[in-house]
Ligand binder design. Structure first.
Ligand code: SF4
Ligand code: SF4
Length: 194
């Protein structure tokens, strides 16, 4: 929810879905929750799928989308094995109400990819493909991603794996670490402690 508020996400666009599944055998059962942001893959198949060079891997590892170059053709969506890309089809949460698109929050600027835009301007996200960016606009200012700061279970960590003194570098040495769909060869940068 905090991710949706931070990035002013419209209906149909979700950057950090959380799936849930029942594990165990009755009566020893519990729920397992799995948040799935963009994995910021080291070898991202979404990038070569784009015919317009509107998406690329940055030097810091984050896979960027330039809304000014994206034409919303959606060719990158099926290329992502994690379902992390969604088209902003221009819907509002106030769809089919008299206030459609007129609520004050609907016109507020977005700060994605380090740029200030409104949703419907040419270089804005409407009619483009969108995805999680690890809250780039926050981490460039020394803040943690919004999902990390608001996780009431304190279940999410963020940091620089190449810094051996970082907490994430320490955590990744544990034996219970896994990544999703390793067989796809994408080298995801999101790790799970199971
Ligand atoms: S939707 Fe945008 S980022 Fe995706 S393939 Fe088309 S132009 Fe590239
Ligand atoms: S998770 Fe999907 S959208 Fe994100 S970098 Fe990997 S292939 Fe691209």
């Amino acid at each position: 929810v905090s991710c949706m508020a931070e990035n002013r996400l419209p209906p149909g666009v979700v950057y950090r879905p959380v799936s849930e599944e029942e594990v165990g055998t009755y009566p020893q059962v519990s729920y397992r929750f799995l948040p799935k942001p963009c994995m910021q893959c080291d070898d991202p198949p979404c990038v070569p799928a784009c015919p317009y060079e509107a998406t690329w891997k940055r030097k810091d590892g984050i896979v960027e989308i330039d809304y000014a170059l994206c034409v919303g053709c959606e060719k990158c969506i099926p290329a992502c094995p994690y379902g992390s890309r969604h088209k902003d089809d221009g819907y509002f949460w106030t769809e089919n109400t008299p206030g459609q698109g007129k609520m004050p929050y609907e016109g507020l600027p977005v700060y994605e990819w380090g740029k200030k835009t409104t949703r419907d301007e040419e270089a804005g996200p409407m009619d483009k493909v969108r995805k999680c960016h690890f809250c780039l606009h926050r981490i460039e200012r020394g803040l943690l991603p919004q999902c990390v700061t608001t996780c009431i279970g304190r279940a999410t960590y963020f940091g620089d794996l190449e810094d051996p003194s970082s907490l994430v570098a320490e955590l990744i040495k544990q034996p219970n670490v896994m990544r999703l769909k390793e067989e796809a060869g994408t080298q995801p940068r999101v790790y799970y402690l199971v």
